[in-house]
Design a protein around this ligand. Structure first.
Ligand SMILES: NC(=O)c1ccc[n+]([C@@H]2O[C@H](COP(=O)([O-])OP(=O)(O)OC[C@H]3O[C@@H](n4cnc5c(N)ncnc54)[C@H](OP(=O)(O)O)[C@@H]3O)[C@@H](O)[C@H]2O)c1
Length: 295
C-alpha cells in the first residue's frame, strides 16, 4: 500500500489525481474528510483521516503501508510534523519514504523552509528508513496567487528585478512522484526537477498575456512594498519574512535560475512549458480579468 500525506494540499492532491488518472490504488491522508470530497470521488483512492502531529490518530492511515510520499504545509510546525510522522511510520513498519522538498534545500540556507526541509531530510536519513528526495523548483501555480492584482490592475507586483526562475508544473511533479512510488530503484537518490525554461517575470507576464489575449504587466516593486502588501493580505509575519529572504536570494541568483531536465528525462515525463500551463489556466486568469472590465 502507498500512502500520500498532505493529500488535500496543492502538491498532494495533484499526486492523488495522477494515481486516479491511471486507475492505480493509493491511500490519501487528510486532516478533514469534509474538506476532501473531490478526492473521495475517485474510485481507486482510499481516504483516511489523521493528524501527522498526533501519532495516536495514524493507526488506520499507516496500517499495511510500505511506501509514503511525505508532504505537509510549509509552516512553523513543518519539522515537528514530518519528524513525528517519520517516527510513527517507522513504528508501523513503513519501509520507504519519498520526501517532497525543494531545489534550494540546504541546512545552511538563509531561507527558513529550505533549512527546514534539510533538517527533516537529516532526520529521515537517520531513521534507517529508505529515502528518496523529490526536489522541485517553484510551482507554476504560484502565479495564480497573483490573480487578484491581475484582476484589478492587469499587473502583478514582485520584488524579483530581472531574476529568472524555472517554474515547474505540478502535474509533472505528480507524474514524477507516481513513478518514484510505484517503480523500484530510487532508494538513496535525489531527483531535482524544474520547468523546461528559465523565465524572467517580464517573460512570465508575456506568456500569461498570450494565453488570455490581454496585456498583463510585471511591475518590479521594492521588498518593503511587497512585504506591506503581503501583511495587508493577512499573510503571517514569519511567512512574509521568510519570503522576503527568498526574494533577496532570487535577486542574487541562488541557483533557482538553473534548468533541471534530468528528472523529466530519467522518468520519461514530457516537460510542460509555462505557456502550456498559462493556456490551461486561461479561464482562471481571463475570468478574473474580465471583471476588471466590469463584465
Ligand atoms: N510552492 C512552491 O513553489 C514550492 C516549491 C517547492 C517545494 N514546495 C514544498 O512543497 C510542499 C507542499 O506544498 P503545498 O503547496 O502542497 O502545501 P499545502 O497546499 O499547504 O498542503 C499541505 C497539506 O499538508 C496538510 N497538513 C499540514 N499539517 C498536517 C498535519 N499535522 N496532519 C495532516 N496533514 C497536515 C495540510 O492539511 P489541511 O488541508 O488540513 O491544512 C495540507 O493539505 C511544502 O513543503 C513546500 O515547502 C513548494
Amino acid at each position: 500500500m502507498i500512502l500520500v500525506t498532505g493529500a488535500n494540499g496543492l502538491a498532494g492532491s495533484a499526486v492523488i489525481r495522477e494515481f486516479a488518472r491511471v486507475h492505480a490504488p493509493v491511500r490519501a491522508l487528510v486532516r478533514s474528510r469534509t474538506k476532501a470530497q473531490a478526492l473521495e470521488a475517485f474510485p481507486t483512492v482510499e481516504l483516511v483521516e489523521g493528524d501527522m502531529l498526533r501519532p495516536e490518530t495514524l493507526a488506520n492511515a499507516l496500517s499495511g503501508v510500505d511506501r509514503v510520499l511525505l508532504i505537509s504545509s510549509p509552516n512553523q510546525q513543518m519539522v515537528e510534523t514530518q519528524c513525528t510522522f517519520i517516527d510513527a511510520a517507522k513504528k508501523a513498519g513503513v519501509r520507504h519514504m519519498v520526501k517532497l522538498s525543494g531545489v534550494t534545500t540546504s541546512l545552511d540556507s538563509p531561507f527558513l523552509f529550505s533549512r527546514m526541509h534539510a533538517e527533516i531530510g537529516r532526520y529521515l536519513e537517520r531513521s534507517e528508513l529508505a529515502w528518496t528526495y523529490l526536489r522541485p523548483s517553484q510551482f507554476m501555480t504560484e502565479y495564480l496567487r497573483e490573480v487578484p492584482t491581475i484582476v484589478t490592475e492587469r499587473a502583478f507586483f514582485l520584488p524579483f528585478e530581472d531574476a529568472k526562475l524555472t517554474p515547474v508544473d505540478l502535474e509533472d511533479i505528480a507524474k514524477a512522484a507516481f513513478a518514484l512510488l510505484t517503480t523500484p530503484g530510487h532508494e538513496s537518490k535525489t531527483y531535482m526537477m524544474s520547468g523546461p525554461e528559465a523565465l524572467s517575470m517580464t517573460e512570465i507576464a508575456e506568456q500569461i498575456s498570450l494565453a488570455i489575449g490581454k496585456t498583463i504587466r510585471y511591475v518590479n516593486v521594492s521588498p518593503e512594498e511587497r512585504k506591506r502588501a503581503q501583511l495587508a493580505a493577512g499573510i503571517p509575519a514569519y511567512v512574509v519574512d521568510a519570503l522576503d529572504v527568498q526574494s533577496r536570494l532570487r535577486r542574487e541568483g541562488n541557483g533557482e535560475e538553473v534548468v533541471h531536465p534530468e528528472t523529466h528525462i530519467a522518468l520519461g515525463i514530457r516537460p510542460t512549458t509555462f505557456a502550456e500551463f498559462a493556456r490551461r489556466h486561461a479561464t482562471d486568469f481571463r475570468r478574473e480579468s474580465d471583471r476588471f472590465e466590469g463584465a
